[in-house]
Ligand binder design. Structure first.
Ligand code: TNX
Length: 534
């Protein structure tokens, strides 16, 4: 503990003599750029204001606003049209979609990219250099030249807002954190047994009832932890008194969703909504049992989740109505339909289910789930979107237009099976990418050194691997402080794996020390990893 404290103080107070300077100004960037050349000297911005210019054929309002509001804190920024502005954002069509080039020299700062998104990542690099080098408010950036682009197109984080709810304002802060590490996907797990978090106009009970719960056993465990650390308490803003009882919950109105999507898209973050089905639907089956269940499977009083009934037409009417509203709200190319952990046994009790399977020639319960998933996928395809499912969709016959999200680390052959069938694949294996699991002394190493493309994937199929994602399930994460404490610093290791994808672990750990200092300044919580060998 004492050693980590000293290292922290060092990172915090001595940036001028830090690792970066000793090693010829190697900046402490995470993720580290693909190519970086540094030279001696610093660009120092004279007090006053920063002039900047954006090429007219790429200038977007969002980029302009981000520069004005976020870059270099509250220093005044002035947009000009002449080419000798201090910060120049230039269009260069030859670069890849998310790539950028950055030079800092005595003339100032120049970022080139073929798209807004590339420029945005160049600006994020500049912002990190500024925050890392900011001893007393000066803007002082090392001379360097960077050529950079990501290794993977899917650089994601999943946040479960169903088990515990996180407010719209917190999501803004979270999106800022993610995009500062160049993540580009935020998968929101919007519904689960414990809560429905998105307003659906056609089915108001989903949120008027389904967004609220009285405390359960997990909450009690969380509350016990909160005694050790008050920051881990259930936030009072997510409580209400209803019929004389205290309840926990919350949801996003459709306007909230539009706001979140707009905020995210101005930071080049795609929000992928997940409506988890046909399992994990307990809260919906309580709100609308007549639409979703038949009496034989209703299973009132059971503790586990009863999946909705795939042999009922009203199930599809419900799902299609819900998805139509969801599709209207989210511009994302993808809709995630879950399909994990379906408790299929309850289906076998129903005579109607048996008759339905016979009529359709469905041999077993896996195929009944496949029938459901394929039918929902067809609906999503008819709306010109793609669907994603958890890797259980491989248990039966699967439609290869669906993207598979691999999570069950113990099903070792699932990634290979997915790509061999022709599915696109996103890697989110329990170990090491479940950030709701408590980290141990090797977790950081395991995240940093994971292979995004599993070694048994045939090389002619590796292009189907889109990238990787950390999953943050929140059964045991009631508050934002606990959330940050669980994901930092592992998140930064994943950022470098999916963007840089090189073996720079030693250097990463040295750079990480400076990021603890940044997180302190930003008021973010983190868990100090085992610093042996730093
Ligand atoms: C499995 S991952 C689940 C989640 C739980 C998680 C807990 C997945 C697709 N399903 O419902 O929250 O384990 O770690």
């Amino acid at each position: 503990k004492a050693i980590s404290l000293i290292l922290l103080l060092f990172a915090f107070y001595c940036p001028r003599t830090s690792y970066a300077q000793e090693k010829n100004h190697i900046p402490q960037l995470i993720p580290f750029p693909e190519q970086l050349e540094s030279s001696t000297g610093f660009f120092q911005l004279a007090k006053g204001e920063l002039s900047y210019t954006i090429d007219s054929d790429i200038s977007s309002n969002a980029l302009d606003q981000w520069v004005r509001q976020s870059l270099f804190g509250d220093i005044t920024k002035k947009k000009v049209t002449h080419a000798n502005a201090t910060l120049r954002l230039i269009k260069k069509s030859s670069l890849s979609k998310e790539g950028y080039e950055l030079t800092i020299d005595k003339k100032g700062i120049q970022v080139s990219a073929s798209s807004d998104q590339g420029l945005f990542y160049g600006l994020q690099t500049i912002q990190q250099l500024y925050l890392l080098a900011k001893p007393n408010g000066d803007i002082r950036l090392p001379y360097l030249s960077i050529k950079d682009q990501p290794a993977f197109q899917w650089r994601g984080v999943e946040l479960d807002v169903a088990r515990h709810f996180f407010s719209k304002d917190y999501l803004y802060k979270f999106i800022d954190l993610l995009s500062s590490y160049k993540f580009n996907k935020l998968h929101l797990h919007l519904t689960d047994d414990q809560g429905w978090r998105i307003e659906i106009k056609k089915y108001p009970k989903l949120t008027s009832q389904g967004a609220w719960r009285t405390y359960n056993n997990q909450d009690s465990a969380c509350l016990a932890k909160a005694k050790e650390n008050p920051d881990f308490n259930l936030p009072s803003e997510h409580k209400r008194i209803h019929n004389g009882r205290e309840e926990y919950g919350g949801f996003y109105t459709q306007q909230d969703i539009r706001d979140i999507v707009a905020y995210a898209s101005s930071r080049h973050m795609e929000i992928i909504p997940e409506i988890d089905m046909p399992g994990h639907m307990m809260i919906a089956t309580k709100a609308y049992p007549e639409l979703l269940l038949d009496s034989a499977t209703a299973g009132w009083g059971k503790q586990f989740s009863v999946p909705i009934s795939p042999w009922k037409e009203s199930t599809y009417t419900f799902i299609e109505n819900v998805l139509s509203e969801v599709i209207e709200l989210f511009p994302s190319a993808y809709i995630h339909i879950g399909a994990d952990e379906v408790e299929k046994d309850s289906w076998s009790n129903s005579a109607t289910a048996k008759a339905f399977m016979k009529e359709k020639g469905i041999a077993n319960l896996h195929d009944l789930q496949s029938y459901f998933v394929k039918r929902v996928n067809n609906f999503i395809r008819s709306k010109n979107k793609r669907s994603i499912g958890w890797d259980e969709i491989l248990d039966g016959d699967s439609d290869t237009s669906m993207t598979v999200m691999y999570w069950r680390g113990w099903v070792k052959n699932a990634p290979r099976e997915a790509v061999n069938r022709g599915h696109r694949l996103i890697m989110t294996p329990t170990n090491p990418l479940y950030f709701d699991y408590l980290p141990n002394s090797s977790s950081l190493d395991a995240v940093y050194n994971m292979s995004v493309i599993p070694s048994d994937i045939p090389s002619n199929r590796s292009n189907l691997v889109q990238g990787a994602q950390a999953n943050i399930w929140t059964e045991m994460i009631p508050s934002t402080a606990r959330l940050e404490f669980m994901i930092l610093p592992r998140l930064s290791a994943l950022a470098e794996r999916v963007w840089t994808n090189k073996s720079l672990y030693e250097s990463y750990r040295n750079r990480l020390i400076a990021h603890f200092g940044l997180w302190n300044k930003m008021g973010l919580r983190y868990r100090m990893p085992d610093l042996k060998g730093f």
